[in-house]
Design a protein around this ligand. Structure first.
Ligand code: NAD
Ligand code: UGA
Length: 330
């Protein structure tokens, strides 16, 4: 994409997370200096330690441990030309009930506090991690100008965060432009331990069965993490004022089909137990990627089978420790 923007100093919120840590690695490789913000730190959290293992000590990287809901944000954001806001409490299924206050605070209030701070400091671009869960169910490829009808409390908070960010960008005389990326079920090395593909692969390694929610015919547009990161980096320099853009893997595949592929790739059957349908789980996600191509120049480059092979290679080469994500209580 032709653009005058150039990222020199970025803030990445959620830097110790799955997608955030891959994004930090990519930005550092491109010579961007990065301040990572996360409430988890490698000193007190095994997942953060593993996720950030490749970047701690890099001269272009600094990590601050802090909470976007309560801490003073100006010292962290000051001097940044671009903010990548990935911090959130993720996960569709656990968002019902008493956890909602945490989802609301971390996904909505924290986003509003960050936007306020960015605007007061004149930050030029905020790239926001939104989610396919803002849509609800679908009968065909989902377009960004289609209906948003989230089916989980989590999806409601992600839609609220997205709308807030777009409203800040569209306010009169706003200094900030926003690209909200609707990621579709991201997988790959260091995937969150609650998610399906990592659970299947760990099931093969450890014998821990996957609880299959529902009949397995539900479909997802699974997206390899390197593709999600490529779209995220492109969003920083894309010509845009206030846009929501899908980021999918290019194919909508059933959970049963993924189980079959995992079996072929690993040479072993995934142990599976029947699990109940989980409220909030949509039946199908499928991304229309026309806008992603136009705005971001994005095309997914990793097929699902290739991506699962990468994920498997990474997982099977790790040395599990007692508190590492391989053995995390699920
Ligand atoms: P993750 O849980 O691995 O990373 C999120 C990080 O945010 C964590 O390290 C967490 O400690 C941090 N965080 C949460 N609340 C915070 C707060 N108040 N202050 C500071 N840090 C805080 O999740 P992920 O899978 O990497 O997801 C990253 C983003 O992408 C999230 O916004 C999520 O909603 C979105 N998303 C993810 C997927 C996916 O498939 N993984 C799909 C769609 C959207
Ligand atoms: C994922 C992320 O977890 C959300 O944070 C994100 O917002 C969402 O993608 C999105 O695209 O917006 P999900 O699609 O539920 O959510 O991803 P997985 O946890 O990998 O689940 C994929 C499918 O496998 C779901 O249908 C789920 O019901 C099923 N599943 C998952 C199981 O059957 N068993 C499990 O143990 C885990």
């Amino acid at each position: 994409m032709g653009t005058a923007r150039h990222v020199k100093h970025a803030v990445v919120t959620g830097a110790a997370g799955f997608i955030g840590s891959h994004l930090v690695e990519s930005l550092l490789r491109q010579g961007v200096t990065v301040l990572g913000v996360d409430r988890r730190s490698p000193g007190d959290n095994a997942i953060a330690a593993e996720n950030l293992g490749g970047v701690l000590g890099h001269p272009g990287f600094r990590l601050v441990q802090g909470d976007l809901v309560t801490d003073e944000l100006k010292p962290w954001v000051d001097g940044a030309d671009t903010v990548f806001h990935l911090a959130a409490v993720p996960g569709v299924r656990p968002s019902w009930g008493d956890t909602f206050g945490e989802y609301l605070a971390c996904n909505v209030l924290a986003t509003q506090r960050l936007l306020n701070t960015c605007v007061s400091l004149g930050v030029e671009r905020l790239v926001l991690a939104s989610s396919s869960s803002v849509y609800g169910d679908c009968t065909g490829p989902l377009r960004e100008d289609g209906v948003t009808a989230p089916q989980s409390p989590y999806g409601v908070t992600k839609l609220a965060a997205e709308r807030l960010a777009l409203a800040y960008a569209l306010a009169p005389d706003s200094p900030i432009s926003v690209v909200a990326l609707r990621y579709f079920t991201v997988y790959g090395p260091r995937q969150r331990p609650d998610m399906a593909i990592g659970r299947m692969l760990r099931g093969v390694l450890t014998g821990t069965p996957l609880h299959l929610y529902g009949d397995g015919h539900q479909r997802r547009d699974f997206t390899f993490v390197a593709d999600a990161v490529a779209a995220t980096v492109a969003a920083a320099t894309a010509e845009a004022t206030a846009e929501a853009v899908n980021v999918g893997g290019g194919d909508s595949v059933s959970v049963l089909d993924v189980l079959r592929r995992v079996g072929e790739i690993t040479g072993a059957e995934v142990p599976v137990l029947d699990g109940a349908y989980q409220p909030g789980d949509v039946q199908v996600t499928e991304a229309d990627l026309t806008k992603a191509r136009t705005v971001l120049g994005y095309r997914p480059s990793v097929t699902l089978t290739e991506g699962i092979e990468h994920h498997w290679k990474w997982l099977s080469a790790r040395t599990p420790t007692a508190d590492s994500p391989v053995t995390v209580t699920e």
